[in-house]
Design a protein around this ligand. Structure first.
Ligand SMILES: Nc1ncnc2c1ncn2[C@@H]1O[C@H](COP(=O)(O)OP(=O)(O)OP(=O)(O)O)[C@@H](O)[C@H]1O
Ligand SMILES: [Mg+2]
Length: 247
């Protein structure tokens, strides 16, 4: 069975169908891209998978388990990590504090955390990730003082803290310079080699075509194509809906 699967996932915002009957699968070890024009339902798809809001219809399976309707923090604790399209940082805290806080909120209630000390590995883990991302020299810097690209990296680092088996990235390279884009791609590749599975929403075709082995294309919430990069590039329906349309 796939690591993550949605069956006929649908999300309506009043009369607007943002995601329509979406069948989606990602196998363990894959890097899959989700692409599509602005407003085609990509972020909404992530939001429904992680239950930021409930899907109108359809089911979600993760690791052979039906997780439809499970609260977000439980889904995260099962091993699903995700970033948001807009960077989510505590700007008035340091890089290191941000890393530590990113795991705290998924550790149950405040009360339960007072009585269980399970944060022993976090400090080492945070160091390890910051070193991996080459930003350990920034660990005591306030997040607000970082460049946009560095903030993007920190946001990415935070999602890695609980060692998610599946990582959902919503536009990980948007707005960053080319050098940083290359670095982010390298990090994703390296983590994938170490066993993590990625689903990446991207507008950047360089990233989509060079990083991802399979692509899902959405248009008006519907899956209009699915396949390897070379198949998608030459798919007329995709070309009509998407290519040539820049952000
Ligand atoms: N919370 C919401 N309430 C109402 N409508 C919403 C909400 N979130 C998204 N939508 C609408 O649902 C549709 C899909 O939006 P979504 O953000 O998923 O698109 P997207 O593919 O991620 O676009 P982009 O590439 O611009 O990020 C859009 O028409 C959007 O306006
Ligand atoms: Mg989006």
């Amino acid at each position: 069975m796939p690591l993550l699967e949605t069956q006929k996932m649908t999300k309506d915002f009043y009369k607007l169908r943002a995601v329509s009957q979406l069948d989606f699968q990602v196998e363990r070890g894959e890097i899959v891209a989700v692409i599509g024009p602005n407003g085609s339902g990509k972020s909404t798809f992530f939001n429904c998978v992680t239950h930021i809001y409930p899907a109108t219809a359809g089911r979600v399976y993760y690791q052979e388990r039906d997780i439809t309707g499970l609260p977000t923090d439980k889904i995260i604790r099962l091993g699903v990590g995700r970033t948001f399209q807009l960077i989510q940082l505590f700007l008035e805290m340091t890089v290191f504090e941000n890393m530590l806080l990113s795991v705290q909120e998924h550790r149950g209630t405040l009360l339960s955390r007072l009585f269980t000390k399970d944060d022993s590995g976090d400090v080492e883990r945070a160091h390890e990730i910051l070193e991996f991302l080459y930003i350990s020299h920034l660990k005591d810097e306030l997040a607000s003082n970082l460049s946009y690209g560095q903030q993007k990296l920190l946001d990415f680092g935070m999602v890695l803290m609980p060692r998610p088996e599946l990582v959902l990235l919503d536009e990980p390279t948007s707005g960053v310079e080319m050098e940083m884009r290359g670095r982010i791609m390298d990090y994703i590749r390296e983590l994938n080699k170490q066993g993590q599975t990625f689903v990446v929403i991207e507008h950047n075709m360089d990233v989509v075509m060079n990083l991802c082995e399979r692509i899902i294309v959405l248009d008006y919430g519907e899956k209009i194509a699915e396949g390897r990069p070379e198949e998608i590039q030459t798919n007329q329906r995709v070309i009509d809906a998407y290519f040539g349309v820049e952000e």
